[in-house]
Write a protein that binds this ligand. Sequence first.
Ligand code: ADP
Ligand code: MG
Length: 337
Amino acid sequence: MDERFAEFDLIDLIASKVARLEPSCGGVGRLRTGIGDDAAITVPGGATATSVDAIVEGVHFDRAWSPPDAISHKAVAAALSDLAAMAAAPGEVYVTLGVPPDTDRAWLKSLAEGFATAAERFSVVLAGGDTVTSPVLFASVTVVGHAPQDTGFVLRSGARPGQLVVVTGSLGGAAAGLWLLSNGPGAADGMDEGLAEALIGRQLRPEPQIEAGLLLGAAGAASMVDLSDGLVADLGHVGRASGVAIEIDSTLVPVQPGVPEVVASAGAETAAFVLAGGEDFELAVTVEESAFLAAREGLAAAGIDLTAIGTVASGEGVSVVGPDGPVEVPAGFEHLA
Ligand code: ADP
Ligand code: MG
């Protein structure tokens, strides 16, 4: 740790919080040595999937909108969403924090503790990291997930013509929440307060679909991606990796309650929020039609909705059809408007 933070001792703070939380963390069985030595030691037993995600102040978050513990929550959630999209069981999380020397100490304490709290919430072990001074506040989160064998993971490249395109949950909420944060929670005409709160929560404290990812992997998902950039952009990744075309029916795409009111107040197109709005962190999978009903039942038993929204075809690109014909999809939603 940089000596300019010595009097605050951020690492000790994180380490003590993790030590208090660790007994309740699911992944702890693999960890032999966590925070405090020169490196973490795990005994993974099988195959691991590793993903790294960084957030930078002014690019990915704004202190004016996000409480510090929401920033750490979202950083961990976004990283774990990538593991969910592999059908990996999350195990360990590692956090590199870059902190400007003039950062308010109480704010920083809350941010740091937020990483340990988020790890606990998602049943992963905060097993290490690094803490450095930096001209701009940033966090880099590395997550390691596990499967008994490497064949247990679900890749982007498994989509084949004839499969159904399916999504978990509902879309558009995180983009609508961002609109409410920048325009004021009362800015959407006639919006119920509870709905507005849920949309803002969707933006500030997203939930990675870890259980859904594992269930979908077990149910025979052929390809999978998490929805971080927006439905059409992320399905574009699947189409390119698999060498197929993806055809979506926009009338089938599940929309989070409250989103239509925000769309109307924003004078925007629904597509901008639902098809191009990112950060919902739902999962999109392709699956053989014969496996879909069983997959939907399995997820329903866990309280997770699964909706078929289109099909995989031969060719390339993502096309969207609505009630009046082809839908023009706006370019990716700006995460920090
Ligand atoms: P070294 O100088 O050997 O690299 P550090 O002083 O950077 O060690 O870190 C000491 C211990 O604290 C290590 O186990 C490291 O993983 C952990 N650590 C440092 N920063 C963080 C952080 N932001 N979150 C979690 N653990 C951290
Ligand atoms: Mg170090």
